[in-house]
Ligand binder design. Sequence first.
Ligand code: ZN
Length: 183
Amino acid sequence: MKQLYLLLFVFSALLSPCTAPAENIKTPKKMEQQKPSNPYYSRTDTAKLNLPDAVWKKVLSPEVYAVARKKETESAFSGRFWDYTGKGTYYCAACGNALFRSDAKFASTCGWPSFFEEVRKGSVMYLPDRSYGMVRTEALCGRCGAHLGHLFDDGPPPTGKRFCMNSIVLDFVPDRQEAKKAQ
Ligand SMILES: [Zn+2]
């Protein structure tokens, strides 16, 4: 038994220089805790989801459900990501589909996280939206159809597009965590 303890001690001492700071370890756990009952959430499965509204209501938090399924809009400057500049990937908070890279995010004064390009073709879907007497393009998750926000033509180069998103329907995963997971 003594040997085992010694072995564990040596092993942990060897590992310690490589471990990430505590705050980086905490983040994914916290994120997982937010959706313990959502079996459809996956950052690797790209199969399309076509689920009834009642299922989404059960597996999403009321805040995410209100925006993702009922197309509500969070107040400007209220979300977590409107001025966030961390390096990483933004995923759909309802299903885990990869949506945007932080490289495509730009500082926008509108109060919502804004991107000029999706992470890959098909990661975001588009629908004409004529609500509130306006003609806009609705942006939805390409995997689960969650409402994300709107697409405008007043973005910066190279695309000239502005994906105006709701923070609440985005899950952010820093690059360092992705690298750690792949090891
Ligand atoms: Zn989704």
